[in-house]
Structures are given as structure tokens and as C-alpha cells.
Design a protein. Structure first.
Length: 199
């Protein structure tokens, strides 16, 4: 199930907003130097000045579609660069901060609309990744926006996004759902080790 253009397995770490993804990736970055880790495409796009909704320019689905197209384009660049870096540095695996299919959760038409938006079939996208580790929704009361300036969904919208991200990835044969509330970073590290046969 690896990308046919490369032999190093790509692993996606995904989940809804505030699911513990960033903490898990920081743990991997600090403890596993033989992994090639990527940054989140959505954050990169938003930090480069992509306009956020505001009182003068409220959120619309058209805005969301344009954002997802920009994110998908950036994600493809990130993945190509990661493959090149991983080969050059003999990395054991590539760990992606989200994958292409996350974008389907933000479109009214889901996976089908996302296929049309990026010009890739659902199965083509799934085959890019060896394993998908999904961090489940942590529950009401644990979601906040203050720690992330580009997180603008309210809690109910964040919960819905978490569910639709899981649905988008549900056909992947190596989808692993993490449901524990504590020690998620360590559990993710163990799953990554299993997926890549790391020592």
C-alpha cells in the first residue's frame, strides 16, 4: 500500500482539531531521528496569509473549497519533498502531519467532491499511505482555540470534522483508531514502530 513512486512507507497521523496530534508528532520528532516528519499543510497555507473568515468576510463554503485546494496543493509538495529527503537520509519511514484525504471532511460533497477538486481518485489517494493513525475525539470540554491562532471552528463543528475525517479514511486497510485519552503520544510512537519495524 505504499506510494508506487517510492519504497519508504508513509504514515499519516490524523484526527479532529485538538486530538493530540501535535503532541504526538513532537514526541516522535524528539525521540525518533530515523523518521522523516512533515509539517501540516493547512497551517503552512494559513500562516502564509490565506485570508481567514472575519466579520466583514464571513465563512462560506466557496472559501472553504478554495482553502482545501490550496492545502491539497501544498500537501503534494510536502510529500514529494519528504520522499526526496527520506531517501537522501535513509529514513525508516515518513510520518505525515495529516494526509490528503483530511480535506474531504471540509467539503459539502465529501470524498466525491474532493476527488473532483484535486483530480485524484479515492483509491489513488489511499494507496499513497502505508498506515493511517487516527486520534479519536477527546470529548466535550477539552476543545479550545486559544493555543492555535488558525483554529477557528467552534466545538460542535470540530466534533463533526473529527467524525468526517474518520469517515474519509475508513476504507484504508491499515487504519488504526486511537481511542485512549491519556499517553496518546506514546501509543502513537508504538504504532509507528510497529508499522516501520523500528528498533
Amino acid at each position: 500500500m505504499t506510494n508506487p513512486n517510492q519504497s519508504i512507507p508513509q504514515i499519516v497521523i490524523t484526527g479532529g482539531p485538538a486530538s493530540g496530534k501535535t503532541t504526538a508528532l513532537e514526541h516522535l520528532r524528539s525521540n525518533y531521528p530515523n523518521l522523516e516528519l512533515t509539517d501540516e499543510a493547512a497551517t503552512q497555507v494559513l500562516e502564509t496569509g490565506f485570508p481567514l473568515p472575519s466579520p466583514d468576510n464571513p465563512w462560506t463554503q466557496e472559501w472553504q473549497n478554495e482553502l482545501q485546494l490550496a492545502i491539497a496543493s501544498q500537501q503534494l509538495v510536502i510529500e514529494t519533498t519528504a520522499i526526496e529527503n527520506a531517501h537522501a537520509s535513509s529514513r525508516a519511514a515518513i510520518v505525515q502531519d495529516r494526509g490528503l484525504l483530511d480535506g474531504a471532511a471540509y467539503l459539502a460533497g465529501g470524498v466525491k467532491e474532493f476527488e473532483e477538486l484535486i483530480g485524484l481518485k479515492h483509491q489513488e489517494v489511499l494507496q499513497r499511505y502505508h498506515t493511517v493513525i487516527y486520534l479519536g475525539w477527546l470529548g466535550s470540554g477539552l476543545y479550545e482555540t486559544e493555543s492555535n491562532p488558525v483554529r477557528f471552528e467552534d466545538e460542535e463543528r470540530a466534533r463533526v470534522i473529527a467524525c468526517t475525517i474518520l469517515e474519509a479514511w475508513s476504507d484504508h486497510p491499515n487504519l488504526i483508531e486511537v481511542t485512549t485519552r491519556h499517553n496518546r503520544a506514546q501509543e502513537v510512537a508504538e504504532l509507528v514502530q510497529q508499522a516501520t519495524l523500528l528498533d
